[in-house]
Design a protein around this ligand. Structure first.
Ligand SMILES: Nc1ncnc2c1ncn2[C@@H]1O[C@H](COP(=O)(O)OP(=O)(O)OP(=O)(O)O)[C@@H](O)[C@H]1O
Ligand SMILES: Nc1ncnc2c1ncn2[C@@H]1O[C@H](COP(=O)(O)OP(=O)(O)OP(=O)(O)O)[C@@H](O)[C@H]1O
Ligand SMILES: [Mg+2]
Ligand SMILES: [Mg+2]
Lengths: 251, 251
């Protein structure tokens, strides 16, 4: 059975998509079969793999809302990474989900159709703790929390962890895989301060791998590439490969 | 009457809160009476002004949901800046708003109670185009779109502009005050590329002022200060003062 991992944090811009995309690429390089599910209406993960999100006939919103639309109809592949894309129609799905029975477990019900085909399923989430992220957490065994090195991110962790605890009451499988420090720059005091605070509060729940700030990570999506494709020898790609190895040890 | 400005973009981490906080401070330095409304459940703007968001008896969620709770009961002041704070209870308000009559104009109805006391009302929004941002846009005359220099932000503008156009059909006062480039670093190709693309597509709608990357802007909130208080002579504070002047010319 696949390890299902939600990559979430309601703080915006902390590196959720960059982590979902590059951890998928890293695990694939290590020989794992990976499905990346895009649960963000922005569709950033889908875009990075070159999917034209504006012309999709089916996307994650159909999978969540329509019992007759099966998961296998919404899977694209790039190399040995499979992607289940989203687009802004997911904003309407979010509103409609609020009125549905079993609104929090729509993804969990559908993911069973494809789970056995993969070693890992990663789920990229929007910057919120609403029904889309709840669906991802209800379907998952693990969650990774990317945290960029800023004051707002530190305070935001408490809010995300509170939502995880709510979900853990219903999904007994859910555990925290780790807190991932992103955009780390050892020359800045604030980076070292945030890292020290996180290690102090969360101890070994903080990944040993920190993702360093690397302009190649910002440039790669514009070329519709993962960092590993764009700049194999760069900081970003080696950090995400190190993270992939650490994830394999922790699951 | 006050100029009411929504600071929004569903792309996370593009500098909405940093702009809301420091533009408020800049306009106040220029002698304007400013109210900052925090419409983000994270409560980052509120936190920056030292408000203990966990112990609030009243917050923006009460203003939106309860006809009997008046705006004036939810206003704190720091110097000559007033703040209407939020906290994570706004997540529940968002869910409940979906079931209410006139869900999109709750803020517009209440803002009338205090509008005449201010020259500017700025509204910090969450990273989404849901009901909270719609409430802010329905109550506003203007919107500012912070855009950080990355690929995902460029593609996200289209989605936010689509939502603005929807709202403009009902709120005839709403206009785009400007697109604000944030985290600009002239040494990076991607910064120059994003700036060129924005000026190409949006011409004079792009503010002449770009907010340069400045670590002091990341450090200031941790000291519960605006950049103007924390580092008067820094890049960040002078860029936000320049923006404040440009806003005064544009309204
Ligand atoms: N380690 C890094 N070094 C440099 N830039 C990075 C790094 N990680 C992410 N970025 C850039 O920072 C921006 C924000 O990252 P990203 O979009 O992955 O965050 P997110 O949490 O998915 O955002 P959202 O909340 O909008 O979903 C992007 O432009 C991305 O390219
Ligand atoms: N010009 C800048 N230079 C350096 N750091 C910046 C700059 N602007 C913002 N930051 C930092 O980048 C991070 C993201 O900014 P901010 O939180 O203001 O964005 P946001 O759009 O409000 O995020 P969210 O989508 O979560 O509401 C913060 O840590 C902030 O301190
Ligand atoms: Mg993202
Ligand atoms: Mg913010």
């Amino acid at each position: 059975m696949a390890h299902i991992i939600t990559i979430g944090n309601q703080k915006g811009g902390c590196g959720k998509t960059t982590t979902a995309v590059n951890l998928s690429a890293g695990l694939a390089v290590l020989g794992k079969r990976v499905l990346l599910i895009d649960m963000d209406p922005q569709g950033n993960s889908s875009l990075t793999f070159g999917i034209n999100i504006e012309d999709l006939h089916i996307s994650m919103s159909d999978i969540l809302l329509d019992d007759n639309v099966h998961f296998k109809y919404n899977i694209f592949s790039k190399g040995n990474i499979h992607i289940a894309p989203s687009n802004p129609t997911l904003n309407y799905a979010e509103e409609r989900l609020h009125t549905m029975e079993g609104k929090a477990t729509r993804l969990k019900e559908k993911i069973g159709e494809v789970e056995s085909n993969y070693d890992f399923i990663l789920i990229d989430c929007p910057p919120s703790i609403g029904i889309l992220t709840t669906n991802a957490l209800m379907a998952s065994h693990w969650t990774i929390l990317p945290v960029d090195v800023g004051f707002y991110s530190l305070v935001g962790i408490k809010q995300y962890l509170a939502r995880i605890e709510d979900v853990m009451e219903q999904n007994k499988n859910l555990k925290i895989l780790g807190i991932l420090v992103t955009m780390y720059n050892e020359r800045n005091n604030i980076s070292r301060e945030v890292m020290a605070k996180l290690k102090g509060s969360f101890k070994d729940k903080v990944f040993n791998t920190a993702i360093r700030r690397d302009i190649k990570l910002t440039e790669a999506p514009g070329h519709l590439q993962t960092a590993i494709e764009y700049m194999w020898r760069g900081r970003g790609s080696s950090d995400y490969l190190a993270l992939s190895n650490e994830v394999l040890k922790r699951v």
